[in-house]
Design a protein around this ligand. Structure first.
Ligand code: SF4
Length: 83
């Protein structure tokens, strides 16, 4: 099964919550009014990453597209961004 990587720049989340509405299994609001990517690992300066498989790609793509500040990115196994 194809794997994808979701990369989330949490520092620049503006708390619009659109991602949590379209993909609540993966995106949840925290008490600081920023979204958390469920199951993600901190890999940089408030950069969070997690792997998803192809079944979960559409929902996360919807979340990425819904984000007005584009802080959610998804990459395929060749490290190419999947929009
Ligand atoms: S849609 Fe973007 S800005 Fe809004 S809560 Fe989600 S990640 Fe943050």
């Amino acid at each position: 099964m194809t794997k994808y990587k979701v990369v989330y720049d949490r520092a620049n989340c503006t708390g619009v919550a659109a991602c949590t509405i379209v993909a609540e299994k993966f995106w949840q609001m925290d008490s600081d009014d920023k979204a958390d990517l469920v199951g993600a690992t901190l890999t940089g300066n408030d950069i969070w990453e997690r792997e998803i498989d192809e079944n979960d790609l559409p929902k996360n793509q919807e979340a990425a597209r819904s984000c007005p500040v584009k802080v959610i990115k998804i990459f395929d196994e060749a490290n190419k961004e999947v929009l």
